[in-house]
Design a protein around this ligand. Sequence first.
Ligand code: ATP
Length: 263
Amino acid sequence: MLEIDDLAVSYGKTPILRDVDVTVEEGEIVGIMGKNGVGKTTLVKAIMGLLEAADGRIVFDGDVVVDATEAATTDADRGGLGGRIADALGTSTPAGTWVGADERARRGMGYIPQGRDVFPELTVRENLRMGETINEDDSDFRYDDVYEYFPILEERSTQKAGTLSGGQQQMLAIGRALIGNPDLLLLDEPSEGVQPSIVQDITRDLERVNRDLGTTILFVEQNLHVVQNLAERCYAIDKGTIVDELDADRLQSREAVTEYLAV
Ligand SMILES: Nc1ncnc2c1ncn2[C@@H]1O[C@H](COP(=O)(O)OP(=O)(O)OP(=O)(O)O)[C@@H](O)[C@H]1O
């Protein structure tokens, strides 16, 4: 479903990610854990197409969506207009293969950003309607299904999203993404700003989504409960690169997991 090879991402001239290799098979729930500031958000944004890659490749559902490898960004591409402009400006070039975020969403990536980004002045229902703008292939997944997963959203359907608790907003963001009918759901710290009892609910809800809808899930987290209870396997990221991969057995060891978290 997703294959990331040798990915590097920079902010301006500052390298943030380097040599990132991550693979996610169809139907899996995979975590990427790491402490504050190690590059988790940067990685999710690069997968979604919100940040350019300085190097590496990303293949989604069999199609190359990013190819910023040297081979792809030299020769023909660098001879093109984009390459010449980039050369003239002395910037990194987007030459090579680049599929934008909107197109990645249309091809089946669903993204739930850190902080959720619900529209606070719109009602719950209006927020869910936003998910339909992504869904062009007549998904069967509609409001009623979202409400079945998250009954509280039906109770609050005419309430402004900004008045919901952190956990309810997270449910709303997940519901909105599901209406877009994603094959791959990318979540950036779903537990952030959510009270612990509700974090457990959200973990269970995401498992149910994976089981019932077959949605592949890739999340980044630094919450021990979510890492241990949601991930089937988990990468550890530190200082911008993948430093370990834990299978289901190792994930059960609190000691093994906390090494990579700020707990
Ligand atoms: N827009 C930006 N410009 C420059 N540097 C940035 C920018 N955004 C993030 N960084 C830096 O990139 C590094 C990785 O940040 P990132 O947000 O990806 O980490 P994170 O693991 O998601 O952290 P957190 O858990 O705090 O969200 C940090 O050192 C951060 O300061």
